[in-house]
Design a protein around this ligand. Structure first.
Ligand code: CA
Ligand code: CA
Length: 71
């Protein structure tokens, strides 16, 4: 069950990670949000990334995304 959830989470993460390098930047996040029809500024996107960023590189890895999902 957890595996199914993790696979789904990886798919979502892969959609955010536009260049496939395994990290979501604020810029990638902002592009996806605007494709979904919302608008956020670059600093808002960076704030959101920073809120889940645990290693301080200001990008979101799958592990950080997963940790955020699992609260
Ligand atoms: Ca990326
Ligand atoms: Ca990070």
């Amino acid at each position: 069950m957890a595996d199914i959830v993790e696979t789904a989470a990886r798919k979502v993460f892969g959609r955010y990670d536009l260049d496939g390098d395994g990290l979501v930047t604020a810029d990638e996040y902002r592009k996806i949000v605007s494709e979904l029809g919302s608008h956020i500024t670059e600093s808002e996107a960076q704030e959101l990334i920073d809120s889940v960023d645990s290693n301080g590189d200001r990008q979101m890895s799958f592990e950080e995304f997963w940790a955020a999902l699992n609260g």
